[in-house]
Structures are given as C-alpha cells and as structure tokens.
Ligand binder design. Sequence first.
Ligand code: ATP
Ligand code: MG
Length: 239
Amino acid sequence: MPVITFANTKGGAGKTTAVLLVATELARMGHKVAVLDADPQHWITRWHDSSDNVCGDRLSVTSYVTMGTIDRHIAEERSRADVVLIDLPGARSPLLAKAIGYSNYVLIPVQGSAMDAQGGAHVIELLQYLEVKANIRIPHSVVLTRVNSMVTTRALLAVKGLLASRRVHVLDTPIIERSAYRDVFGCGKTLYTMDPRSVSNLEKAQENAQALAGEVMRQLPSYFGQSTVRTSQQLKNVA
Ligand SMILES: Nc1ncnc2c1ncn2[C@@H]1O[C@H](COP(=O)(O)OP(=O)(O)OP(=O)(O)O)[C@@H](O)[C@H]1O
Ligand SMILES: [Mg+2]
C-alpha cells in the first residue's frame, strides 16, 4: 500500500490542507485512507474528532505521530489501509527523513512565494541527495498552493521558473485559494457535506480537489490501476 508524505519545511505552505483534500477525495472514491498526523497543530485530528466520522471507516486518523511511533503506525496502517498519507510539521525535523524513507511518493506543497520555495527546496535537496548518494529514487512532485484563480502573479511565475530550472516535476493541478478549504476545517464537514449556500464557489472547490486527487493517483499507477499511467509529457517533466 502506498505511503504519500506531504512535506515542506516552511510553515503554512498548505501541507495540512492538501492532506485533507486528498484524503477525503480518496475516501469518497471508496479507498481506505489512513492519515498519520505528525503536525504539532493537529488540524486533521481536530477536524476528524469534530466530523462525526463523516467518511465512515474509509478514513482513519492517527494523531501524535512522532519519531518514536511512526514505524509502528506505518506498519499497522499499511496492512489495513489502501493508502497512507503523512502530514509533517512545517519545520526541519528528523521525522522528515524518516517519513520520506517510507514513502512511495512525496508531495511538496509550495505557495507562490520565494520563501516557500526555499522550504520546498530543502525537501527536494534531501530527495536528490538520496538518489545521488544512495541510489534511492522516491518519486516526488511540487503542488502549487493558494493560487489565485484569476491572476498569474509574478511571484508564482518566479517559483515556477525556479522549479523548472531544477527539473522538478510540478503537478498540473494547483490548489486554488478557496474559502471552502479554510472553512472545511472549522465545521468538521467535507466539501460534499458543507452547505453550498454558506460557502462560495463550493462546486469549484470540489472540482479542484477531485482533479488534485486524480492527478496524485496517476503518479502511482502500480497502486491505482493501469488506466492511470503518466502521459509522455508528464514523464518528460519528471526530474
Ligand atoms: N488553498 C487554500 N485556500 C485557502 N486557504 C488556504 C489554502 N491552503 C492553505 N490555506 C490556509 O493557510 C493556512 C496554512 O495552511 P496549512 O495549515 O494547510 O499549511 P501547513 O503547511 O500545514 O502549515 P504548518 O507548516 O504550520 O503545518 C491555513 O490557515 C489554511 O486554512
Ligand atoms: Mg500543517
């Protein structure tokens, strides 16, 4: 069963939001999803505790995941879940290397700001170091987060340029800045159980989350089926 780690050593990059979107989408599709919550702010645990088990047994959340417990949690969840998602802290920590070591795929959420790209670069450097020094290649992609739906800002273009120069694969689907993605944490619901009258552009938020989860699945064709192989263009983009 694949382990997907969401990592960026810069705080507030959008890791936890991306984990929740992918987790709830995969659960909605019928996959059994286990989230390992290693974020010291425990947003996903808090959301799950207040959610009245909205995804049923298709979504489990393990909180207080640390260096001392992650081996056990991964072993346990790998045997019962279809996919394990790890939400890491937004700081340099030994947990980063350990979680990456277990991962089949690493997703690096990066906001359209230079500082954020630096936190992402630290993760990418670690992945490239593993490949060059230890011949361990862990597929990974950057997902651009909090992208303004209307404008392509200069900062965003700068981040894209930086990533292209380092030959880093970037998902075609960015995570758009949407109030639904903030509100979902406060109400213990999903994008499909929230009240569309009280959340703007909920349908667009759903579409974006679906596209994101679909693209993440296509990065793991051996786990999510042959119909999800990468396109040749995507393969060309992979570092
Ligand atoms: N696409 C988005 N649209 C709207 N708000 C967002 C989006 N992504 C993140 N946010 C908001 O930005 C803040 C930081 O996001 P988030 O908690 O997901 O980042 P993080 O990388 O997990 O942070 P940390 O490193 O502190 O764990 C939160 O208030 C979140 O609601
Ligand atoms: Mg977080």
